[in-house]
Design a binder for this molecule. Structure first.
Ligand code: IPM
Ligand code: MG
Length: 362
């Protein structure tokens, strides 16, 4: 029986990077015996334009009737004037919440071919292989109360950073389980020297480790120090587990170790559903110009193959194809060295698809 994938291109460069990823999916169907069909849905600004809702009902039905979701990116200046619940980002947060995608995996692995593409020294980043496990459906992103209120002397804006024990426990377990398949080290990042929510976070993560994962080494780090250590000595990290906001920030930082934010895939997984998306945004400044790097989305498809479609072997093939294309020196603008040749988004997608075909013929 075939598998069904919901494809949500979204806004900005979303449609371009998704189109290239579908080229790769097509090769998996034609050359590797994958039996995947896909159906497109609206999300973000495209959802607002098409259905006056950044997470339209038709999309809600589609994603719940699919085996996995592939998402491009959402957002853009066009929709900024809208009321907050109608903005593209609200659609993204709603789909994460609606599908219960509490565990967000963001792997930052430095590829040797891209050592020179990072702004950091090669000797600092060589061999970096970090997995950021970010809690995705709670914390300050979702905490109540929140708002902007009128007060004497001016308005006040406020949000609530809150985690309950069960939310901390389930994300901690995911991080420890992931670490068991890697170097068995977890660094939990918080701000326990200031925030009560972090105090509880630290306590519960330690408890889960002691009771259920004595074979995994746990350390704790304050988020400000973690931000510094990530660029000072990134090899010290294996798995980083952290809350929604800190994970948002640290994963962007970690992506820069790899040379470009255009390289980082992600998987967001809950009890029933899973969604795969690049960690980067919709890059409105280069949208529609065929300049974007589709590799983060293609690598997100690889994560989907591995975690949702039970096709780890195909995942490895896709990753291998990306690797070989980089070996060949194929570079989108974000990865190019000064004066080096640059290919378009579609040329990069085609290059990966062609390489993949060759792997099938081997
Ligand atoms: C991400 C993005 C989103 C987030 C935005 C677009 C709402 O930055 O996936 O990291 O903050 O989670
Ligand atoms: Mg982010």
């Amino acid at each position: 029986m075939g598998v069904k994938i919901a494809v949500l291109p979204g806004d900005g460069i979303g449609p371009e990077i998704v189109r290239e990823t579908l080229k790769v999916l097509d090769v998996l169907n034609t050359h590797f015996g994958l039996n995947a069909e896909w159906e497109e849905g609206l999300i973000g600004g495209a959802g607002y334009d098409g259905a006056r809702d950044p997470y339209p009902e038709a999309t809600q039905r589609l994603v719940k009737a699919s085996d996995a979701v592939l998402l491009g990116a959402v957002g853009g200046p066009k929709w900024e004037p809208l009321a907050k619940p109608l903005r593209p980002e609200a659609g993204l947060l709603r789909i994460r919440e609606d599908l219960g995608l509490f565990a967000n995996y963001r792997p930052a692995k430095v590829q040797t071919q891209l050592l020179a593409a990072s702004t950091l020294k090669p000797e600092v980043i060589e061999g970096v292989d970090i997995l950021v496990v970010r809690e995705l459906v709670s914390g300050v992103y979702f905490g109540q109360p929140r708002g902007i209120v009128e007060e004497e002397g001016g308005r006040r804006g406020f949000n609530t950073m809150s985690y309950c024990e069960s939310e901390i426990r389930r994300i901690a377990r995911k991080a420890f389980e992931a670490a068991r398949l890697r170097d068995r080290r977890v660094c939990s990042v918080d701000k326990a020297n200031v925030l009560e929510v972090s105090e509880l976070w630290r306590e519960v993560v330690s408890e889960v480790q002691a009771r259920e994962f004595p074979d995994v080494r746990l350390t704790h780090m304050y988020v400000d120090n973690a931000a510094m250590q990530l660029i000072r000595a990134p090899r010290q990290f294996d798995v980083i587990v952290t809350g929604n906001l800190f994970g948002d920030i640290l994963s962007d930082e970690a992506s820069m170790l790899t040379g470009s934010i255009g390289m980082l895939p992600s998987a967001s997984i809950g009890e029933r559903y899973a969604m795969y998306e690049p960690i980067h945004g919709s890059a409105p400044d280069i949208a529609g110009q065929d300049k974007a790097n589709p590799l983060a989305t293609i690598l997100s498809l690889a994560m989907m193959l591995r975690y949702s479609l039970n096709a780890a072997e195909l995942a490895t093939k896709v990753e291998r194809a990306v690797d070989l294309v980089l070996d060949d020196g194929v570079r989108t603008a974000d990865l190019a060295l000064d004066g080096g040749a640059v290919v378009s988004c579609s040329a990069m997608g085609t290059a990966v698809a062609e390489r993949l075909k060759m792997l099938g013929d081997e």
